[in-house]
Design a protein around this ligand. Structure first.
Ligand code: PLP
Length: 381
């Protein structure tokens, strides 16, 4: 056997990749599993997106390699989307880079900016990929705790007092996954100032802005933010296009060029039809968001009932695609979800997969039809 690279020792297979194998095995053995674990939208993308990809197939250029930077028309639409939704002005030629999902952006940004031994500020709880990518590159994750008491916001003063001499990047993610916390402009301002004072590149990962959130915000709307901030966004949740793999990174030309240097060595452009579909998605009117959120609102009301039936507490003001719920005191998250999986055949994500601060919490996804959630409530009761 050939020895794998040492970097493989720094990461484990992604939790969902492992756990879903177990869940699927239970399913194929005939158990009626209800999956409230993963945030993969089950709703359809807008119809005009589907028409655009189908129509694109007969274009003679559709099957060729595409531009590394994406079609200018796509970048223009992304810039328009940012201007209309967040009042952020971006040059489509230099400050917008389409990505094959925002997850790949996490790797590209990290590869463009981290040397071995550099330190990276990572939220705990937070999206596990920030940590695994950091470790794969031989850099060091430095976790900053988010707590319910502090509204799941970083304690910027405490960070400032710590040794930041090796810190190069800071990941933030508002609206926050898994807690659903929403940033304030004040928090963003504090973070921009913190980045400037300490020469740290702050990346706001922003894929949940349009789900159950009446006030979407971008960190790039803060004055002077482009000096030290970039933002990731994604069509996965906003337009139910998770499998299409369309994301974007936005920010100052210098940052975008450095990321493009990495990316253009990794892939050879996004499929033409996907870009045409993405263009149509970004042109959707406010009606799209209203009808999408109507569905999620209905589901969330039921998930709140399910959480109550499981004696959990949650914040009704939180946003996003999940309900983050606190278990009764002393109940361990992973033990709890294993019992619910075994006894009630309901899969819920344990908070611990997002970090130690997730102990005592579980995360319900809203990506399941009301019938499934009603059935889950009936099973628990
Ligand atoms: C916080 C966060 N960032 C990024 C992603 C990746 O999204 P994409 O589908 O754009 O790669 C996810 C997906 O679940 C996420 O929860």
């Amino acid at each position: 056997m050939i020895e794998p690279a040492k970097r493989l020792q720094s990461v484990e297979e992604y939790y969902f990749s492992k756990k879903l194998r177990e869940v699927n095995l239970l399913k194929t053995s005939g158990l009626p599993i209800i999956n409230l674990g993963i945030g993969s939208p089950d709703l359809q993308p807008p119809q005009k997106v589907l028409t655009a990809i189908t129509d694109s197939l007969t274009n003679p250029n559709a099957h060729k390699y595409q531009s590394y930077q994406g079609l200018l028309e796509l970048r223009e639409e992304m810039a328009t989307f940012y201007r209309e939704q967040f009042s952020v002005s971006l040059s489509p030629k230099t400050e917008v880079l389409p990505l094959i999902g925002s997850k790949e952006g996490i790797l590209h940004i990290s590869m463009a900016y981290l040397n071995e031994g550099d330190e990276v500020l990572i939220p705990n709880p937070g999206y596990p990929t920030y940590q695994s990518v950091t470790k794969l590159l031989g850099a060091k994750p430095v976790f900053y705790d988010l707590t319910e008491e502090n509204s799941w916001f970083p304690d910027v003063l405490a960070l400032e007092r710590s040794d930041l001499s090796k810190v190069k990047l800071m990941w933030i993610n508002y609206p926050h996954m898994p807690t659903g916390a929403k940033a304030t402009y004040k928090l963003f301002e504090e973070l921009v100032a913190f980045g400037k004072r300490n020469n740290i590149l702050i990346i706001n990962d922003n894929p949940y802005s349009f789900i159950l959130n009446d006030n979407p915000k971008s960190i790039l709307s803060i004055k002077g933010a482009k000096e030290v901030c970039i933002e990731l966004n994604s069509l996965s949740k906003t337009f139910n296009m998770a499998g299409w793999r369309v994301g974007m990174v936005l920010g100052d030309e210098i940052y975008i060029n450095n990321i493009l240097k990495i990316k253009s060595n990794m892939d050879s452009g996004m499929f033409y039809g996907i870009q045409k579909g993405a263009i149509e998605a970004l042109k959707c009117s406010e009606m799209w968001f209203i009808s999408l959120n109507n569905v999620y609102e209905q589901r969330r009301a039921l998930v709140w009932k399910l959480a109550e039936a499981l004696n959990c507490k949650f914040d009704k003001k939180a946003s996003g695609l999940f309900v983050w719920a606190k278990l009764p005191a002393f109940v361990k998250a992973e033990e709890f979800i294993d019992v619910i999986l075994k006894n009630n055949h309901i899969f819920i994500a344990p908070g611990t997969i997002f970090g130690t601060q997730g102990e005592g919490y579980i995360r319900f996804s809203l990506c399941a039809p009301v019938e499934d959630i009603e059935e889950a409530i009936a099973r628990v009761r």
